[in-house]
Design a protein around this ligand. Sequence first.
Ligand SMILES: *[C@@H]1O[C@H](CO)[C@@H](O)[C@H](O)[C@H]1NC(C)=O
Ligand SMILES: *[C@@H]1O[C@H](CO)[C@@H](O)[C@H](O)[C@H]1NC(C)=O
Ligand SMILES: *[C@@H]1O[C@H](CO)[C@@H](O)[C@H](O)[C@H]1NC(C)=O
Length: 464
Amino acid sequence: MYTPLLLPLLAKLAATVSAQGASLSVDATQRFQTVDGFGFSEAFQRANQIIDLPEASRKRTLDLLFSDTEGAGFTILRNGIGSSPNSNNDWMNSIEPVNPGSPSAPPKYHWDGKDSGQVWMSKQAKKYGVKTFYADAWSAPGYMKTNNDDSNGGYLCGIRRTHCSSGDWKQAFANYLVKYLHLYEQSGIPITHVGFLNEPDLNITYASMQSDGAQAADFLKVLVPTLRKAGLGTNVVCCDATGWLQQGDILYELQEAGGEDLVNVVSSHGYQSQPSLPFNTDRPVWQTEWANLDDPWTAAWDHLGKTGEGIVWANYVQQTFVQSNVSAFIYWIGAENSTDNSMLIRLNGDSVEPSGRLWAMAQFSRFVKPGAVRIAASSTKEVLHMSAFENTDGTIAIQVINNGHVGTEASVSIKGASGSAKHVQPYLTNSDHDLTVLKKVSVENGNFVSHIPARSMISFVLKK
Ligand SMILES: *[C@@H]1O[C@H](CO)[C@@H](O)[C@H](O)[C@H]1NC(C)=O
Ligand SMILES: *[C@@H]1O[C@H](CO)[C@@H](O)[C@H](O)[C@H]1NC(C)=O
Ligand SMILES: *[C@@H]1O[C@H](CO)[C@@H](O)[C@H](O)[C@H]1NC(C)=O
């Protein structure tokens, strides 16, 4: 494949192409999926780590997550619905910790008003303007399951292929979720999206509940009428499988079992198999959890070429929208005291350290707001990866990632809906810049020219 002799020739060729620059086209008349937003979670008591920070560090953390001028301007918060009997370790305690005795016995709900720090977290998010709250159950309480334990997998009693002497708990679990949603409503936080599964293809030592697609349909047929009878219009999300391939299989079974009509959003994580082709559904699709869990903490944008680095995640987010047709991208944890890359911001003592991954997501989240529509974008140079969105106010945000190792001139041409904009505002992220505001560039009839540095990402924002 590779002949060293060719190297000088290739280098010369590359230099010529680079000197010629790239033509980038954006076409607002070609429209794709609608965006619901970008976000993260503070489940498993990670929210308490933010609450426990000194005031200045707490404010800095919240600004980095939610502010449209200081940080990422995230627009979705994913909460965990607790299933554990108590708050030992990092468990999320249940609102019904004690078995009422049978599925038909009156439940004994216990609301601590904190929900593992997530009530506080949700209120902060709301103050910054977040309107999309996704509450997801990792499991039902143990006594509702085949294994009598909220950890170590097991199934919800009453769905197909379960035989529980304790009875059928489907209705009781649906009532439980409705109660949780009502408690949040009473706390002033309207939960817009609810899920009842997290990685149902995985049996693991923390809160987990297994399900295939047909079994998910069995529960949806109880959950959805129960929500509506309770006056809740909450969107139902399913099924948060470990990866794209796994969710594709669960979705097929869900469709075969007549469950798809009961779902408002199809969701998947990115771990076990990365987002690839779009799912075979007309429902909006969300990537609801993904992170680099294998490498030690790095704040780098582009250093060793490892999976935790910012430029990798800039590409992941972009590809997931462009190739996998998603409407939302949610990282695992926002801020956490940990030593791996499960989070975007590292908390350590009083220090608050944002990563390149945060700035990668910020490039999208700050300028692409809920309701935006993805529009066509293409580049004549394959190392320049592009996406573009038109917001509801007519603002167009164009993301260009230069994966190449030389900078290049780019002439950008925008067709349709560019209005009478005279200027475009570029924002740069690379090893030396964290979403730095660059000088405005003049636009003429939807055309402008700009320089895209090597190994960098630029958002061009064009106000109507
Ligand atoms: C889940 O894993 C646990 C522990 O390895 C095992 O005992 C249990 O049988 C598994 N459950 C299922 C349903 O496979
Ligand atoms: C993309 O998702 C939307 C829903 O958000 C759906 O209507 C459309 O059919 C999907 N397109 C493809 C190619 O899957
Ligand atoms: C971070 O976590 C470690 C390990 O759990 C703990 O020893 C340390 O005190 C924590 N630091 C902060 C600042 O919370």
